[in-house]
Design a protein around this ligand. Structure first.
Ligand SMILES: Nc1nc2c(ncn2[C@@H]2O[C@H](COP(=O)(O)OP(=O)(O)OP(=O)(O)O)[C@@H](O)[C@H]2O)c(=O)[nH]1
Ligand SMILES: [Mg+2]
Ligand SMILES: [Zn+2]
Length: 281
């Protein structure tokens, strides 16, 4: 039988049977256990978990597998931290996760803010405009497929969004509301909750400040994860160009011509520096 690991508690795994949708509590067979099983893993099981299916991705922080979508929440207040935003977007592209920019608090954001966000991110990620307060969540609901998680600075409204989503959905699924389920959790762990045809991961692991995205990335690879640089990159004289010096660099040319966002570029340089420093250790 096949199933999805929705929860892990020490050696015990909660697996949702793909056919019946029922949750079964299972341990893993010796060898499988050694290889590691994560929330988000698709597994084959009988009386125990026998095999982990091939993964799309495996994240260390938070510990989970097969994340499809990351909803990166921002709002006009608190003021967005664009460096952290770009870090999360790079993290997604590196790990084969689809990033969405969820602009929350649309009941309050002014036009100027919305315009600025559109200008910078339109060609980079899908942007969804929502309001947890007014329960305007259609754009977001439509994108909840596969396994998704929320990320973003403190106070942007992640918990509010999740609460609104699940309260609105509670009659449909008969599930516990997110709030109630959360209250029962004592430890910090990842858990998947069913939402329509997908799952939402409850995890604090994407708090942006603790996000150490860059472990496996080389400095020279960084700009490959900037879709907004791709055209400009072709104009660079040297293939090894890191786009930090003014000579014959197409990216810098396009920044000067306002074809590439200055904020994006400046934060690219900061990330580049972080990557270079890391390589010394
Ligand atoms: N006006 C308005 N306020 C909102 C909206 N969504 C959330 N808020 C408010 O924003 C504040 C922070 O919301 P939370 O949901 O706690 O934010 P969070 O992202 O979960 O914050 P952390 O748990 O600290 O990471 C609260 O005072 C909410 O009432 C919204 O759509 N509109
Ligand atoms: Mg919260
Ligand atoms: Zn260049």
């Amino acid at each position: 039988m096949k199933g999805l690991v929705v929860k892990k508690n020490a050696n015990l795994f909660s697996v949702e049977d793909s056919l019946s949708g029922k949750i079964v509590e299972l341990v893993a067979q010796g060898k499988t256990q050694d290889e590691g099983i994560y929330v988000g893993d698709y597994v084959e099981f009988s009386d125990a978990i026998l095999k982990v299916c091939k993964r799309k991705n495996l994240l260390i922080r938070p510990p989970m597998a097969n994340l499809d979508n990351l909803f990166i929440v921002i709002a006009q207040t608190p003021k967005p931290d664009f460096l952290l935003l770009d870090k999360l977007i790079v993290y997604c592209f590196v790990n084969n996760i689809k990033p969405f920019l969820v602009v929350n608090k649309m009941d309050k954001n002014d036009d100027m803010f919305v315009k600025t966000i559109k200008n910078i991110y339109n060609n980079i990620v899908d942007i969804l405009f929502v309001s947890a307060k007014e329960n305007k969540l259609e754009d977001l609901k439509n994108e909840i497929k596969g396994i998704s998680a929320f990320a973003g600075q403190s106070a942007v409204g992640k918990s509010s969004l999740i609460n609104s989503l699940f309260n609105a959905n509670i009659t449909q699924t008969g599930d516990l509301s997110w709030k109630i389920a959360r209250g029962k959790q004592t430890t910090r762990m990842v858990q998947l909750y069913k939402f329509n045809n997908g799952y939402i991961a409850d995890t604090a692991g994407f708090s942006m400040l603790s996000l150490d995205i860059v472990t496996n990335l080389e400095a020279k690879e960084l700009s490959l994860y900037y879709p907004d640089f791709s055209k400009a990159r072709e104009k660079c004289k040297y293939r090894t160009c890191l786009h930090e010096k003014n000579e014959n660099c197409g990216v810098i040319e396009d920044v000067t011509d306002n074809k590439i966002s200055k904020i994006r570029y400046e934060n690219y340089l900061k990330l580049l520096k972080e990557l270079k420093n890391k390589r010394k250790y």
